[in-house]
Design a protein around this ligand. Sequence first.
Ligand SMILES: [Cu+2]
Length: 98
Amino acid sequence: MLAVQATALAEPVVEIVIQKMRFQPQNLTIKAGSKVVWKNAESGATYHSVVSDSEGLFQSPDFFPDESWSFVFQQPGSYPYHCGPHATKMQGLITVEP
Ligand SMILES: [Cu+2]
């Protein structure tokens, strides 16, 4: 059987699940060049977004259950973020290592 490694050159992917008004995990450490996928897994119709605390670094549109949004972190550093509609309740932190 011939296996085609179509994803061999793709960046590592790490998933954050959004459920019960929380980013899970809330704090995540990744290697530079990794892609983070936020997946809305709410059971209701609650929409969320992913917004960098530092203005303009990254910002998703609002996305609904069973939708997701992703961002590739190229630069090492500390990236706090929040949910646009639930800024005071929902916060997270991505730490990017070299
Ligand atoms: Cu939210």
